[in-house]
Design a protein around this ligand. Sequence first.
Ligand code: MN3
Length: 264
Amino acid sequence: MKRYLQHPIALWVAFIAGILLIACQPNASVSSQTPNQNQSASPAPFVSVAYLDRPLSAAPAQLPPLPYDAGALSKAIDAETMRIHHDRHHQTYVDNLNKALAAQPNLRSLSIETMLRDLNAVPESIRETVRNNAGGHLNHTIFWQIMSPNGGQPTGTIAQAINQTFGSFENFRKQFNQAGGDRFGSGWVWLVRNPQGQLQILSTANQDNPISNGSFPIMGNDVWEHAYYLRYQNRRADYLNNWWNVLNWGEIERRFQASQQSGR
Ligand code: MN3
């Protein structure tokens, strides 16, 4: 009998010990997981500067459709310019990039952002072609998205940040247009989040994108003549002024918030 009694008691003791272990477990797991969660959150999450939620693929690069009709931005840009700009110029960057990467399966598996962040990793024989055409593809992919037929004024956190950094929206607009007008030849004018975490206006030559210098492009305007020549001819300043009528401030706000999460 004793042996039978001892056995259930041993089971009972084990059962209580088990309950105690389980009862202690949540505390132990919370305290041990908290630092782990912090560790995994500390590296900045990947944020695509093209689409924010997914990288811009080079396997193969593809022309994204315009998110509105070609004539929708006529407050600033005529339909024919939009068609030529998107269907031919942007398509050409895509085609030339795919040609350059055709024999480079390792590079094709990288995102366009990754390539442009480290151009030295691209073989020298195609580096300039990748710089220009991957840059052209990325820049125009951003450009189409940050415009919309509606225009208007910035709201939300981007409006506050612009006021804090530049004094007022009007000052920001003036400085941005000035930088776009001062770009000699072809290039872009940008509002970026720089590596120090500040908003900054800068311009880049040709199809260079600010990510190559560690900045996050929040919004940018194309000041190549192909972007405005049919309607404005040599009057780049008029194009720069009118462009503010067709900005997608909701998308720009989304990009500003993503730039803060990106850690760059
Ligand atoms: Mn262009």
